[in-house]
Ligand binder design. Structure first.
Ligand code: RP5
Length: 176
């Protein structure tokens, strides 16, 4: 079992279907993580305990996701020097615009690196990139991941070209 380097915190278990994508990204790169439900407003003591103990527990990055008035990432960031990545989770009735603004609009002093609404997979990748700064093996894995993205683009380009080649161009005479 890999050492736990990333803490994935979510405001409620209802965030899990989205936040699971952080775990998927971390697993692809063999990074150890833990998942925790905590809430900045429903259980502030637990949230504070987690944030204050994170560095000592060996965590290097925290990913925090929440919906609505999503202050969880900012509150955690205020209590630790570990970089915090915020995931705005889309819930009714504002579909994530509320959580996006709550997380991204941190006033100067306490930064939270914010990804897109429901952008949990990218949050996981960003955590991997942060860890890769001092890890050449991870850097190589990230390079090969990027190469696989480029290969997929080439594959789609080929498919499109094949498809277009099969379309018959109308004769010039058709327009006359
Ligand atoms: C937030 O409230 C959570 O992050 C969740 O996105 C939202 C709704 O929570 P539940 O009512 O589903 O527990 O704090």
């Amino acid at each position: 079992m890999s050492e736990v380097l990333v803490g994935i915190v979510m405001g409620s278990d209802s965030d899990l279907p989205i936040m699971q994508k952080c775990a998927d990204a971390l697993e692809e790169f063999g990074i150890g993580y833990e998942m925790v439900v905590s809430s900045a407003h429903r259980h502030p003591e637990k949230t504070a305990r987690y944030a204050r103990g994170a560095a000592e527990a060996g965590l290097k990055v925290i990913i925090a996701g929440a919906g609505g008035a999503a202050h969880l990432p900012g509150v955690i960031a205020s209590m630790t020097l570990i970089p915090v990545i915020g995931v705005p989770v889309a819930i009714e009735p504002l579909h994530g615009i509320d959580s996006l603004y709550s997380i991204v609009q941190m006033p100067p002093g306490i930064p939270v690196a914010t990804v897109t609404i429901n952008g949990a997979y990218n949050a996981g990748l960003l955590a991997v990139q942060i860890l890769a700064v001092h890890d050449e093996r991870l850097q190589l894995k990230l390079k090969s991941y990027r190469q696989s993205l480029a290969a997929k683009v080439e594959e789609k380009d080929c498919k499109l070209r094949d498809k277009l080649a099969q379309c018959k161009r109308p004769d010039a005479g058709d327009n006359q």
